[in-house]
Design a protein around this ligand. Structure first.
Ligand SMILES: Cc1ncc(COP(=O)(O)O)c(C=O)c1O
Length: 456
């Protein structure tokens, strides 16, 4: 009989205590935070699933590499190691380190975009969208129709709609400076993109002579899904699959805080010499010299080592299985989630769970806040607060109202996940009591980070 238990592929020799609080403590903390979990003190959170970005545990090998870093301002050995690892993985000519993913986005878009242009993607993440809109260009989401329906089952729900992309490029190609695909599709539920789809994008980009960029934050998780779900890919290593994914593109933006297994960092990598030169000029202005780009030498070491560890099969098997495990428990209890479970997170469908709370009263905020108040778990709204504000200042319902429970890499054990499942199921059981919120103050851009709310 097959042995079914998938264990954490590591043992732990350094631990961090978590703080237990009472419900009264949490009510006070959330009130002080303006009912926005982003504003909580992290130590008031028991299990923190706000993000998988920069929250992972590093390996002994990463810490060892950091101790041996070269902190030279220019030409540091750590940069060359980082560059070698990124080139080996991606094949791109120019490797430009940045302090995190959005810095790579800002540099790419400030270098390449003009007002009125359009950048298609399966789904733009919030920082990607904001960095496009700040250039007065349009961020267009073209995920396949299944990718917009939480319960629809599809092995590659992150795929971009090739037909719509073809129409866009044929009708408005002159306004499209580049095509982007996000792997995995974070805003669409951490869903993967197939190799077949990436080949399709490459073909269209060749047809219309457009550069193709990956938002590669979770490239390794995407490669694992390709390995286990796509015909003919089972015998390949995740690294080989990732290399093929990158080989189809002309460049990528990367947040190393995800599949770089590092706590900070990112990069822009690309083949175009002229774009790379402009990008480096801007980098020097805002991030730093091109061999450190806003990072310490030890960060570059951590990322280089992380990029090698993240494609290891035992790690990816455990990683994807832990997320799926949480998804299975919630599904068995009838909690609506985006199906199938994504790579790095489970997305609770707050709009379906709380039909009494209309999107403009933020069901995602209501659910996220209740999870914190009841059991000390912090998730994040991905819905009308995050995506409902148009550039012209009007608000409309976001495409979905979700609460994302993102699982930090190599941090929580199975009992933590069991606790989360029990908590979500309990909160879902009391759903009828939950009411919406209204915003009392918010900035114009990326309002979800700092907005303040009041319960209705
Ligand atoms: C798909 C995607 N793109 C870009 C980013 C931005 O990366 P960073 O947070 O490092 O700026 C994120 C971060 O969450 C992301 O998930």
């Amino acid at each position: 009989m097959d042995f079914r238990t998938v264990i954490e592929p590591f043992r732990i020799r350094s631990v961090e205590s978590v703080k237990f609080t009472t419900r009264e403590d949490r009510v006070a903390a959330l009130r002080a935070a303006g009912f926005n979990v982003f504003r909580l003190h992290a130590e008031d959170v028991l299990i923190d699933l706000l993000t998988d970005s920069g929250t992972g545990a590093m390996s002994a090998q990463q810490w060892a590499a950091m101790m041996q870093s070269d902190e030279s301002y220019a030409g540091s050995r750590s940069f060359y190691r980082f560059e070698r690892v990124v080139r080996d993985l991606t094949g791109f000519t120019h490797v430009i380190p940045t302090h995190q993913g959005r810095a790579a986005e800002r540099i790419l878009f400030h270098t390449t975009l003009h007002p009125g242009q359009i950048v298609p993607n399966n789904n733009h993440f919030d920082t990607t969208r904001a960095n496009i809109e700040v250039e007065e260009a349009e961020a267009l989401d073209l995920v396949i129709p299944e990718g917009r329906v939480p319960r629809a089952l599809h092995p590659f729900k992150g795929n971009i709609d090739l037909e719509r992309l073809d129409h866009l490029l044929s009708d408005h190609g002159d306004r499209v400076p580049l095509v982007m695909v996000t792997v995995t599709n974070n805003s669409g539920g951490g869903q993967p993109v197939s190799l077949e789809n990436l080949h399709g994008v490459r073909d269209l980009c060749d047809k219309y002579e457009k550069p193709f960029f990956l938002d590669a934050c979770r490239f390794a998780e995407n490669a694992w899904f390709i390995k286990v779900r796509e015909d003919g890919q089972g015998g390949r290593t995740p690294k080989e699959i990732a290399q093929e994914m990158f080989s189809l593109a002309d460049g990528c933006t990367m947040s190393a805080k995800k599949d770089g297994l590092a706590n900070i960092g990112g990069f822009l990598a690309l083949n175009d010499n002229a774009w790379a030169e402009s990008a480096r000029n801007l980098l020097i202005l805002t991030e730093g010299f091109p061999t450190y780009g806003g990072l310490a030498g030890y960060d570059l070491e951590a990322i280089a080592q992380g990029l090698e560890e993240v494609v290891e099969e035992p790690y990816l098997r455990y990683r994807i299985r832990s997320t799926e495990y949480l998804g299975e428990k919630l599904t068995a209890a009838g909690v609506p989630i985006i199906q199938p479970p994504g790579g790095h997170a489970i997305y609770l469908d707050a709009r379906e769970l709380l039909p009494q709370v209309p999107p403009t009263q933020y069901p995602g905020i209501a659910l996220a806040n209740e999870l914190y108040l009841e059991k000390g778990i912090r998730g994040v709204e991905i819905g009308t607060v995050m995506f409902g504000m148009r550039p012209d200042g009007r608000e409309q319902p976001g495409p979905m109202d979700l609460v994302r429970l993102a699982i930090p890499r190599r941090v929580y054990a199975q009992s933590h996940i069991d606790y989360v499942a029990e908590a979500v199921i309990q909160v879902a059981g009391g759903r009828d009591r939950l009411r919406g919120y209204r915003i009392t103050s918010a900035p114009r851009v990326l309002r979800h980070f700092t907005a303040m709310f009041e319960a209705l």
